[in-house]
Design a protein. Structure first.
Length: 128
């Protein structure tokens, strides 16, 4: 790596640390997850959609209660093993649910699934 790039990364890291140290009066729920330099920051999904909005999305997409729980966990950024642990079921069962959800919504990956959720939430026509 060039010295200019390293210097820029160090400056960005220092700036992040300064902004965190100055945010002591911020509530824990307002903190963002820190990631490596030049990577997107994840926002918690629970602040984006309410429970009733999730229920409306599930009804629109014809998802069962368990399927909705799994979609919501994927939306929050959890992996299949973490979802299985959270819901108290086998990772293989979670994988089967994910495949069933993909089939119902005619998507092939998590990105398309999340796009589908946003399209339904915003009332847009399906792009895929």
């Amino acid at each position: 790596m060039s010295s200019t790039l390293l210097r820029r990364q160090k400056d960005q890291t220092a700036q992040c640390k300064r902004s965190l140290s100055s945010a002591k009066d911020v509530q824990p729920s307002q903190h963002l997850k820190l990631t490596a330099v030049d990577r997107p920051v994840k926002l918690p999904a629970r602040s984006l959609l309410t429970r009733s909005q999730w229920q409306s999305i599930a009804k629109s997409l014809h998802l069962s209660g368990r399927e909705c729980q799994i979609v919501r966990a994927i939306f929050e950024g959890h992996k299949e093993t973490a979802i299985a642990h959270k819901l108290g079921i086998s990772p293989h069962t979670v994988h089967a649910y994910v495949r069933r959800i993909y089939g119902k919504l005619d998507v092939n990956c998590h990105c398309e699934l999340l796009l589908c959720i946003f399209e339904v939430y915003l009332g847009l026509p399906r792009a895929i």
